[in-house]
Design a protein around this ligand. Structure first.
Ligand code: FEO
Length: 399
């Protein structure tokens, strides 16, 4: 049980999940994940903010009951309907038959669709609406597409607490500590980058809008749905999210390569060595058949340059490299230096295919685009050297 008082009126009652290995059945969770929920106790009414997944509804109900005691919560505010936060709703409604779900119209339609819960249990709010809990006032701020169309935030005016939904969240279960000043947060910051890259990156424009919309609020706690409560490091997490939303990056190169027999890997190794000779000091290499895609995406969020090196496979791009290209395109990659290189045994198609697949990316394309036949590495050395020089110059310039 991990219940913690955050402020006079706000208590944490979220749960940790260390047994789900893939978030959304896609993304690795080496440190687990938390589903954060909060209870606000006003002088007249009590509200829960956000819920948890159905899988952990049992322990979650214990947590909620421990905070509310003999009193019954009047409201559950649903900032985001994705089932990692709404899965326990049916259980909550069963336990507290008089509780009302406070949410916006888009979310209400989703709640009906997921759980068959109808209007009689709902209190619909719009942008800027408030809910009076007595000596506590909740203000609702619609922030669509962070990360679904119905997402909103809730602001506790009297105490400056922003319940931000998925925004400013991260992977990583909480280890006893709830607020950022109770623990070393460096690993949560790292997991925030991976979380953003996997879950939110496609919606960067909306993240920027949400940050702008909240900029006139005076908040001293950010209570997101995943990860620690931000208090001492609010500036750092807001800045990180803002930078990622703008695709800001620091100088460095990610080499992401596919290789069946080690020949394309030799190209990638040669490129890496040349980049270091050219002065690049932050360099990450990923063998795409083995590296978790989430890790590669997180590195691409962090560094300003990427080189994708792939062999041809059945006249197409090698599938692990194609998967990465698709994932980056889906997220709207921009403001990166992009280098492409490839190899083939009998049909030179890889670089041409990758070029077409990345054609609509808003990136700085680095030339040349070497393509090696079989293992004729020495034939490609000169082109790889020129590519390294040009890529290093662009990466270190970091405009
Ligand atoms: Fe943590 Fe988009 O749900």
């Amino acid at each position: 049980m991990n219940i913690r008082k955050i402020t006079d009126r706000v208590s944490y009652c979220g749960v940790n999940d260390r047994t789900t290995t893939l978030f959304e059945n896609l993304w690795e969770l080496p440190m687990g994940v938390s589903y954060n929920s909060y209870v606000i106790t006003g002088s007249e009414h009590t509200a829960i903010i956000d819920g948890c997944s159905e899988k952990l509804a049992g322990i979650y109900m214990e947590q909620v009951t421990a905070v509310t005691g003999a009193g019954k919560p009047d409201y559950i505010v649903v900032n985001h309907v994705e089932p990692d936060h709404s899965g326990a709703l049916p259980r909550l409604l069963l336990r507290f038959p008089d509780i009302r779900i406070v949410t916006n119209a888009k979310a209400a339609a989703m709640i009906e669709g997921f759980y068959g819960i109808g209007d009689d249990r709902l209190l619909i709010v719009g942008d800027g609406d408030t809910l009076d809990l007595g000596d506590a006032t909740l203000r609702f701020i619609l922030t669509p597409m962070v990360h679904w169309p119905e997402t909103m935030m809730t602001f506790l005016e009297q105490e400056g607490v922003l319940f931000s939904g998925d925004a400013f969240g991260c992977f990583g279960a909480l280890c006893g500590a709830v607020t950022d000043d109770e623990t070393d947060c460096s690993r949560y910051i790292s997991e925030a980058r991976r979380y953003y890259a996997c879950i939110v990156a496609k919606y960067g424009t909306f993240v920027s809008r949400a940050i702008d919309k909240c900029s006139n609020l005076s908040f001293n706690h950010i209570c997101s749905t995943h990860g620690p409560v931000w208090h001492s490091r609010i500036g750092e997490i807001v800045d990180l999210y803002g930078r990622m939303a703008r695709w800001d990056a620091r100088p460095g190169v990610v080499i992401a390569y596919g290789s069946m027999y080690g020949n394309t890997e030799s190209m990638a190794e040669m490129l890496a060595a040349r980049l270091v000779e050219e002065g690049v000091r932050d360099l990450r290499m990923h063998h795409l058949s083995y590296a978790p895609l989430s890790r590669v995406l997180a590195d691409v969020m962090e560094f300003n340059s990427i080189a994708i090196v792939s062999p041809v496979y059945n006249t197409e791009v090698y599938p692990p490299a194609a998967r990465l290209i698709e994932a980056l395109g889906n997220r709207g990659i921009r403001r990166r230096n992009l280098a492409l290189a490839g190899s083939y045994s009998w049909g030179a198609q890889s670089v041409a295919r990758m070029s077409r697949m990345t054609d609509n990316w808003d990136v700085n394309r680095i030339e040349p685009r070497p393509e090696m036949k079989q293992h004729r590495l020495s034939d490609s050395a000169e082109a790889i050297g020129r590519l390294a020089a040009n890529l290093a110059a662009a990466a270190l310039d970091n405009k």
